[in-house]
Design a protein around this ligand. Structure first.
Ligand SMILES: [Zn+2]
Length: 518
């Protein structure tokens, strides 16, 4: 057995782990390392799709194993150098981009395993967004050289070249409706989609040497994996928590992992740090937000959270129902919710009379959006209705949607920031802009504030993390009781060394690129 952390050992996200079991080569996740990416790129300085792999490759943002990558993304002037590496299967833990945001540059012929909700979310995001080429997670749009300039690549003509669907391996059963969705081109009158094979992971692993276990995290469909190797079981947590509504799943995962007597536990450590402290549950967040909305009769409420965090969306939908309001989401959020409903993940959400779609200004809507607007035409709410009766709505908006406020023109109102704290300078700058917008509309803000000296604070108990608390991380480590524990997805690997001293677990912090052989 040989393990190599290609990326994401000492950073939160960017996870790419190579696991050679003795008979198979697997990759655990293929995420975008936002921290390293952010050293070079930002919103308006991005890797050029016209240069294919070149920018990511030269800056070392993708591992230098040329066999991993799509042939159509190699510009003529980029040499295929580096270690050959044949990967049999990629195991995706969940649909957050720091775990799968570079999958788009990987050869679509390499099979990728993930749960039905993960595939549903990724397809919805790719269909509804203008996917960066490195986030073409479900289907790859073929590129070709530009005649006359061999450095440049462009998308092949849509009539001539269909997008290529990935080889999908499903963790668990997928309903026929989801299978159809995964094979459906985003625009029935546009570029075709030639689907890859969609099969069950169980077929790939008939002996049960690859097992997946659902875990609690801030996005539906997250799993941890256990893989049998010639040196025993290797268990990978993915991202997980023990205080969300799915905490029972994490407990079962820990129980099953323990039973395998793992040789290695690759454990996330996003919140590794001082023990104790506040660890809010989703129920506590919902209760506080409910209190704020109940006290805001007659005023517009804006709730800022990621609709991909479906538990939070369900909390705000519950609050809307209890306070006689309507939760208004964007069309792309509704599209994502529909994909999740196909997987049976959303009881009673789509059918709720308290859910509506915001009538955004769209000049030329994509096929998916026309379709959504058509099917939900009875529940589209625009700025005029909001201005006339602001107390009837909870608007699910974030920073990026604030421009719509200029159309609505609220006079005061309540803003509930129910998302994670800013990480890094750029996000901090965005929070300051958000604050200016809210001041402009004289909104009462909950969840963050900026004091008179300009210091930014977060608080108010309106966000529960998707990651286990330090105490819970240690509980998971001790219960699972592996021979060797390797911290990943953390800026504090020493946390495990300090707190597992004396336990019969060997903690081995590693750096990116280091090989662990057992
Ligand atoms: Zn995550």
């Amino acid at each position: 057995m040989e393990l190599r952390i290609l990326d994401g050992a000492n950073s939160i996200g960017g996870t790419k782990i190579l696991l050679d079991t003795g008979s198979k080569r697997l990759l655990l996740d293929f995420g975008l390392n936002y921290k390293r990416y952010g050293l070079y790129f930002e919103e308006y300085l991005k890797p050029r799709s016209s240069r294919g792999l070149a920018d990511l490759w030269r800056l070392g943002l993708i591992p230098h194993h040329p066999d991993l990558y799509r042939d159509d993304l190699w510009p003529h002037d980029l040499k295929r150098e580096g270690e050959p590496l044949a990967v049999d299967l990629i195991l995706l833990s969940h649909a957050h981009m720091d775990h799968c945001g570079l999958l788009g540059v990987v050869r679509p012929e390499i099979p990728v395993a993930a749960t039905p909700p993960t595939w549903g979310i990724l397809k919805a995001i790719q269909d509804a967004g203008k996917a960066e080429f490195h986030a073409e997670t479900v289907y790859a749009v073929p590129r070709e050289p530009v005649p006359g300039d061999p450095r440049a690549l462009k998308a092949a003509a849509w009539k001539a070249a269909a997008a290529r669907g990935r080889e999908i391996r499903l963790v668990g059963e997928a309903p026929a409706e989801l299978m159809e969705f995964l094979r459906r081109p985003p625009n029935p009158r546009g570029r075709g989609l030639e689907p890859g094979n969609i099969r069950s992971l169980a077929e790939e692993s008939p002996g049960g040497d690859i097992r997946a276990f659902g875990v609690d995290h801030s996005i539906p469909g997250a799993v941890g994996y256990a893989v049998e190797t010639d040196a025993g079981w290797v268990v990978y947590t993915g991202d997980l928590s023990l205080h969300g509504r799915g905490r029972e799943r994490t407990l079962r995962f820990v129980e099953e992992a323990k039973r395998l007597r793992p040789a290695v536990l690759l454990i996330e450590g996003t919140r590794a740090g001082p023990l104790g402290g506040e660890n809010l549950t989703e129920e506590e967040v919902a209760a506080r937000a409910h209190g704020i909305v109940a006290d805001s009769r007659g005023e517009l409420v804006i709730a800022d959270f990621s609709p991909r965090q479906v538990e939070r969306l369900q909390s705000f939908l519950g609050i809307a129902e209890a306070t006689g309001r309507i939760l208004v989401v964007l069309a792309k959020d509704m599209y994502l919710l529909e994909a999740l409903e196909m997987c049976g993940w959303l009881e009673g959400v789509l059918g709720s009379p308290h859910l509506a779609i915001y009538d955004d200004v769209v000049v030329s809507p994509g096929a998916w959006e026309r379709d959504i607007r058509e099917r939900h035409r009875g529940r589209i709410v625009g700025p005029r209705e909001m201005r006339e009766d602001p107390g009837r709505f909870i608007l699910a908006f974030s920073f990026w949607d604030l421009k719509n406020l200029l159309d609505i023109g609220p006079e005061g109102g309540i803003y509930i920031y129910s998302s994670s704290e800013a990480h890094g300078e750029e996000e901090e700058i965005d929070m300051r802009r958000l604050w200016e917008w809210l001041k402009y509309f004289r909104m009462e803000v909950h969840g963050f504030w900026i004091d008179e000296e300009g210091h930014l604070f977060f608080g108010g108990g309106l966000h529960a993390s998707g990651h286990a608390s330090p105490d819970d991380l240690l509980f998971i480590a001790k219960e699972t009781s592996p021979k060797v524990l390797i911290p990943i997805h953390t800026e504090h690997p020493e946390f495990y060394l300090e707190h597992l001293r004396g336990a019969p677990i060997e903690v081995r912090p590693v750096r990116n690129g280091v090989c662990v052989r057992l």
